[in-house]
Design a protein around this ligand. Structure first.
Ligand code: SF4
Length: 295
């Protein structure tokens, strides 16, 4: 296999300063340019974004899975996975602000343990991943590039990369939506550029289901997406209005109280509704925190 025949080359961005766009950043602009402005230009996230139990839960699951796959396969068990999850939960500094009552924390903690049990039951956990939570990037034009992080990368028997993104939410009825999700070909591009080897497939792995949702893309398709994203970045740079676009996610938007669209609809009143500690050793403080969890 001629790895260098790929459009991207390993470490292509080394030494070059590019403005980096993550797939989620670009998706935010596509969904609502005003929200994009609030987050990425006005930097209002620290002031407006509320702690969310679902997000906290997802972060601890990702952290536990990362640590789990760093272990030798002989050390992996469900009990170990649960302990890693409880440890991640206990030491996360956002725990107090996310959960204001014990019952909610217990509900989400138990949900996390169950999701990990389902993952452990349904999926092969004996492999040695190529990379875990790895940053990847790829150029778009002379002064912009894509940047993202991939949860897990395995190498298939044919030498191609298998990109894996863990999902803690409910799986959709069918995998048809994968073909229209720009994030997947964007990660495909970044992985090939970063590692200089071809990607064979990309999967959304919903923890509660046995079958991953998997997609493949042709070279023409991923290069077409690169051209589309390049144009999108040009559009963002030229935008001087960042108009709000009403969309189904508005009801979850943290910026409703300052959104011109929402203010108009509500008569001007608005409707606003880790540090990672060491994982080895016997730190008494961490053990105490783990033992005090309500689940
Ligand atoms: S409430 Fe809706 S329209 Fe307003 S900023 Fe948020 S996503 Fe955009």
């Amino acid at each position: 296999m001629d790895w260098n025949s790929l459009a991207g080359k390993p470490l292509a961005l080394e030494g070059i300063t590019l403005e980096k766009y993550s797939p989620s950043r670009l998706k935010t602009y596509e969904t609502c340019p005003r929200k994009y402005r609030f987050i990425y230009i006005d930097n209002l996230a620290p002031q407006f974004e509320k702690p969310r139990p679902e997000l906290f839960l997802g972060n601890q699951i990702h952290a536990a899975l990362r640590r789990f796959f760093e272990l030798d396969p002989s050390e992996r068990s469900l009990e170990v996975l649960h302990n890693l999850f409880r440890r991640a939960w206990a030491v996360d500094g956002k725990r107090q602000e996310t959960f204001t009552d014990v019952a909610t924390e217990r509900e989400f903690g138990l949900k996390g343990l169950e999701l990990l049990r389902q993952f452990f039951t349904h999926h092969d956990t004996s492999g040695r991943p190529f990379k875990l939570e790895e940053w990847v990037e790829s150029p778009l034009d002379d002064d912009s590039g894509l940047l993202g992080k991939i949860d897990r990368i395995d190498i298939d028997p044919d030498g191609r990369l298998h990109l894996i993104d863990y999902k803690t939410g409910k799986p959709p009825a069918s995998a048809g939506y994968l073909r229209s999700d720009l994030q997947l070909p964007a990660y495909w591009l970044m992985a090939e550029s970063t590692f200089g080897r071809p990607v064979g497939r990309i999967s959304y792995l919903y923890l509660q289901t046995p079958t991953p949702y998997t997609a493949t893309f042709t070279r023409e398709e991923v290069e077409g997406v690169r051209r589309y994203l390049r144009e999108l970045v040009r559009k963002i740079r030229a935008d001087d209005q960042f108009l709000p676009i009403a969309n189904p996610l508005c009801r979850f938007c943290d910026y409703q109280s300052i959104c011109p669209l929402e203010l108009r609809q509500t008569g001007g009143t608005g409707s606003a509704t880790s540090g990672w500690l060491a994982w080895t050793g016997n730190d008494e403080g961490i053990d105490r925190a783990v033992n005090s969890l309500p689940f």
